[in-house]
Design a protein around this ligand. Structure first.
Ligand code: ZN
Length: 160
């Protein structure tokens, strides 16, 4: 769908949690801008990624895409302040997404039951529930009483 102001073509298909357009293919979800680039210009050399000149992550206008290294991409992300502090998703610790982390965080019941329900390990549930992992994702859902408890725990730890 062409976006009138910027000329961006916004991808309206399935969207990954980090806002990049994705397509299904080979039984795996694939990055839509990358797929479009490969379809247009052929395969990418190893270590190269498709980047957005327009910084619109859902944009699939081939004129707005360019190729760079992963380092370029990370640089961009930092300098443009776009870095999403979703701990866990990219660090290899877990295979869940931020929305799953939030769902786990909000799910009542025993940690073991929650772990079964979401098909994750109990330690992961504990880490999410205690705010050790996915803090940035779950923080908006922290209740005042839970924050108080967290403060108390911190104070006890400091006193010990
Ligand atoms: Zn664009």
């Amino acid at each position: 769908m062409p976006e009138p102001n910027s000329g961006c073509h916004l991808w309206l298909g399935a969207m990954s949690d980090d806002g990049y357009g994705r397509l299904g293919g080979n039984g795996r979800m694939r990055n839509a801008p990358r797929l479009l680039w490969i379809e247009t210009y052929g395969p990418l050399a190893p270590g190269l990624v498709v980047r957005h000149k327009c910084d619109v992550r859902a944009c699939v206008n081939i004129d707005h895409l360019c190729v760079g290294t992963v380092a370029d991409n990370n640089n961009d992300r930092d300098t443009r302040g776009r870095h999403v502090a979703l701990h866990g998703e990219k660090n290899g610790h877990s295979k869940i997404t931020s929305s799953t982390a939030v769902a786990i965080f909000l799910e009542p019941g025993k940690h073991q039951d929650v772990a079964w329900k979401f098909n994750v390990s109990k330690p992961l549930v504990q880490a999410i529930k205690s705010g050790r992992l996915w803090q940035a994702a779950t923080k908006p859902y922290w209740s005042p009483s839970w924050l108080k408890e967290l403060e108390q725990r911190k104070r006890l730890k400091a006193a010990a």
